[in-house]
Design a protein around this ligand. Structure first.
Ligand SMILES: NS(=O)(=O)c1ccc(C(=O)NCC(=O)NCCc2c[nH]cn2)cc1
Ligand SMILES: [Cu+2]
Ligand SMILES: [Zn+2]
Length: 262
């Protein structure tokens, strides 16, 4: 496993990440999960994720990543339990990845980097009526993070991979239906780490209950290579490959990462 010391990532950070550290921000993401410093919390409940593939709407390149967006005007795609007090609605999922298989994830486990990380973004529909409201509130969002490793081909991911050439440039969008986000979750979703943090791209708001899965999923080298064929740039601009779209890690600032397993 590649450790981050082998790859001292350049401190130069593309402006898309926004400032390296948000002034006054003491709950920023991503972070390293130092396993021996995590605290087992027996009160953490099993996670209950219920998703309806029919509510999948579009896939688009927003210039940071590619997003698969769901109809979140009803309670068809919900997440509850785990560390959450309320019911949350899936709004979108997206990934972060590197230019090579040696790095790409935003979170790390004992400094171990993964080639990519999936984020399933949910907002608190018990307390708010719109994502845009929830994104500003401390208990507004819940994001499930799943690490990707290079190995066998992920059959469920292929439908998504096949749609990527159509959204190569920034701001391109295509209709995308009947995709079950549940197929991207690991077999066991009850072993996770959880902590309070932020969005990892602007607006970087400290409104996220992070739920990072202990178990990774596997995708093939070729599937990941298609992610890297996307562009940060729009059709008129000089082409820049969409790679290394992860934020540098942020100070833990005394936060505790809880684990649902011993
Ligand atoms: N990397 S990360 O921390 O997980 C993350 C970073 C930024 C955003 C964000 O800014 N997200 C806007 C957005 O997703 N807006 C959708 C609006 C919407 C509502 N309903 C359907 N789409 C979401 C997640
Ligand atoms: Cu900068
Ligand atoms: Zn993300």
């Amino acid at each position: 496993t590649a450790c981050s010391s082998k790859y001292v990532l350049s401190q130069m950070h593309p402006m898309w990440q926004g400032p390296l550290v948000v002034p006054g921000g003491d709950r920023q993401s991503p972070i390293d999960i130092a396993v021996r410093k995590t605290v087992f919390d027996s009160e953490l409940k099993p996670l209950v994720a219920t998703y309806d593939p029919q509510t999948c709407q579009q896939i688009w390149n927003n210039g940071y990543s590619f997003l698969v967006e769901y109809d979140d005007t009803t309670d068809k795609n919900t997440l509850k339990g785990g560390p959450l007090q309320d019911k949350f609605r899936l709004c979108q999922f997206h990934f972060h990845w590197g230019e090579s298989n040696d790095w790409g994830s935003e979170h790390t486990v004992d400094r171990r980097l993964f080639p990519a990380e999936l984020h399933l973004v949910h907002w608190n529909s018990d307390r708010y009526t719109l994502f845009e409201e929830a994104v500003m509130e401390e208990n507004g969002l819940a994001v499930i993070g799943v690490f990707l490793k290079v190995g066998k081909r992920h059959e469920g991911l292929q439908k998504l991979v096949d749609a990527l050439p159509a959204i190569r440039h920034k701001d391109s969008i295509v209709e995308f239906n009947r995709f079950d986000p549940g197929c991207l979750l690991p077999a066991n979703i009850n072993d996770y780490w959880t902590y309070h943090g932020s969005l990892t791209t602007p607006p970087l708001t400290e409104s996220v209950s992070w739920i990072i899965m202990k178990q990774h999923i596997e995708v093939s080298h070729d599937q990941l290579a298609v992610f890297r064929s996307l562009l940060f740039t729009s059709a008129e601009e000089v082409q820049k490959s969409m790679v290394n779209n992860f934020r540098v890690q942020q100070p833990i600032r005394g936060r505790t990462v809880r684990s649902s397993f011993t």
